[in-house]
Design a protein around this ligand. Structure first.
Ligand code: NAP
Length: 307
C-alpha cells in the first residue's frame, strides 16, 4: 500500500482513533500520524503505546500542517473541537470525522471551517464495547463498511483520497447523504442499542430473578444484550441527543411491532409468531452471507474475547 497523506492528525485518542493509527501504520498510509487528547492520562497512555508519532497538548497544534484532520471525539464535542482547530488548519487540508451521527455533526462543524478547507464526514461501522486509547487494534475496520458523506466537498479527488485511506485500513467504502445515513443507523445500530440498554435495565430491576441467576444463565441471550449495553455512556448519550428524529421514528415502529407480538402471544396466535420469526431468521442469514458476521456461536467472537 502506498502513502496517501503526509501528515494525519487524530483529534481524540480513544477506540476509533487508536485503531485508525494502528491501521494506518499497518499499511503505511501516512508519512506521520499525530494526535491530541484532552486528558493528560489519555495522552500519557497513547505516548506509552506509541501508536502516534507525536502527541500534542492542544488540538490546534496537532491539526497544524496536517493534510488530514480526523475528529474522533463524541458527537456532542465535535463543535468545540472544530472551533479550536479552525485557525490552525492549512489551506487545502481535509477535515473528516468518525461520528456515529452525520447531520448533527455537519451542522455543528461545517460553519466553523475556513474557506479552502475540505470537509468530508465519515462513519466507520465498526466498534466494540470498549473505549479509550488502549482498546484500539489494527484489524477493527477489516471487512467492515465505512460510510462517506461527500455532499459538502466539490473536489472528487479529495473524496477519493479519503475513501482510499479507509480502503487501506481494511474497510469497504460506501457513500450516502447525511439524513439517509442517520435513518439507516437508527435501524441498524442506534435503536438496537437503546433496546439492549432497556433489556439490561429491566433485568436489573427484576428482583424476582436474582442477580446471580441473571449472570449464571446469561448465555441464553441476555449476555449479548449486556455486551451492547456496556458501550460508552457518553458516546451513546450523544448519539440519541443528536439523532433524535430518526431514532424516535424507528422506536415508534418497534413499539407497534412489539404490541402486535404481545397480542399474538396473548391470543395464542402461533402462526403469526412463526411467520415473524421465519422472516427475522432470513435477515440473520443475509447478514452472514454478506460477511458481516459468522455462524459461530457467541456472535462469532473468539473465546479470548469473551471475558
Ligand atoms: P472513546 O474511546 O471514548 O474516545 C473518545 C475520545 O474523545 C477520548 O480521547 C476523549 O478524551 C475524547 N473526548 C471525550 N469528550 C471530549 C470533549 N468534550 N472534548 C474533547 N475531547 C473529548 O470513543 P470512541 O469509541 O473512539 O468514539 C469516538 C467517536 O467515534 C464518537 O463520535 C463515536 O460516535 C464514533 N464511533 C464510535 C464507534 C464505537 O463503537 N465506539 C463506532 C463508530 C464511530 P479523554 O480520553 O482525554 O477523555
Amino acid at each position: 500500500m502506498t502513502k496517501i497523506y503526509d501528515r494525519v492528525a487524530l483529534i481524540g485518542l480513544g477506540l476509533i482513533a487508536s485503531s485508525m493509527a494502528h491501521a494506518i501504520k499497518r499499511a503505511g498510509l501516512a508519512g506521520e500520524v499525530v494526535g491530541y487528547a484532552r486528558s493528560q492520562e489519555t495522552r500519557d497512555t497513547a505516548r506509552k503505546l506509541g501508536f502516534c508519532d507525536q502527541i500534542y497538548e492542544s488540538a490546534a497544534d496537532a491539526a497544524k500542517d496536517a493534510d488530514l484532520v480526523v475528529l474522533c471525539v463524541p458527537v456532542g464535542a465535535m463543535e468545540q473541537v472544530a472551533i479550536d482547530i479552525a485557525p490552525a488548519l492549512k489551506s487545502g487540508a481535509t477535515v473528516s470525522d468518525v461520528g456515529s451521527v452525520k447531520r448533527a455533526v455537519i451542522d455543528a462543524v461545517a460553519k466553523h471551517l475556513p474557506q479552502g478547507v475540505h470537509f468530508v464526514p465519515a462513519h466507520p461501522l465498526a466498534g466494540t464495547e470498549h473505549s479509550g486509547p488502549a482498546s484500539g487494534f489494527a484489524e477493527l475496520f477489516d471487512d467492515r463498511w465505512c460510510i462517506i458523506v461527500p455532499d459538502l466537498c466539490d473536489d472528487a479527488a479529495v473524496v477519493e483520497k479519503l475513501e482510499n485511506l479507509w480502503r487501506g485500513m481494511g474497510s469497504n467504502v460506501d457513500s450516502m447523504d447525511a439524513d439517509h445515513h442517520d435513518l439507516v443507523l437508527a435501524v441498524t445500530s442506534h435503536t438496537p442499542h437503546l433496546i439492549a440498554y432497556t433489556m439490561v435495565g429491566v433485568a436489573d430491576d427484576l428482583r424476582r430473578v436474582t442477580d446471580s441467576e441473571v449472570i449464571k444463565y446469561s448465555a441464553a441471550g441476555f449476555r449479548d444484550f449486556t455486551r451492547i449495553a456496556a458501550s460508552d455512556p457518553t458516546m451513546w448519550r450523544d448519539v440519541f441527543l443528536n439523532n433524535k428524529d430518526a431514532t424516535l421514528e424507528i422506536l415508534g415502529r418497534f413499539t407497534e411491532e412489539l404490541f402486535m407480538l404481545q397480542r399474538a402471544i396473548r391470543e395464542g396466535d402461533g402462526d403469526h409468531l412463526h411467520d415473524y420469526f421465519t422472516r427475522t431468521r432470513s435477515i440473520r442469514r443475509s447478514i452472514i452471507e454478506a460477511g458481516q458476521d459468522t455462524e459461530a456461536p457467541n456472535f462469532g467472537r473468539k473465546p479470548a474475547e469473551k471475558k
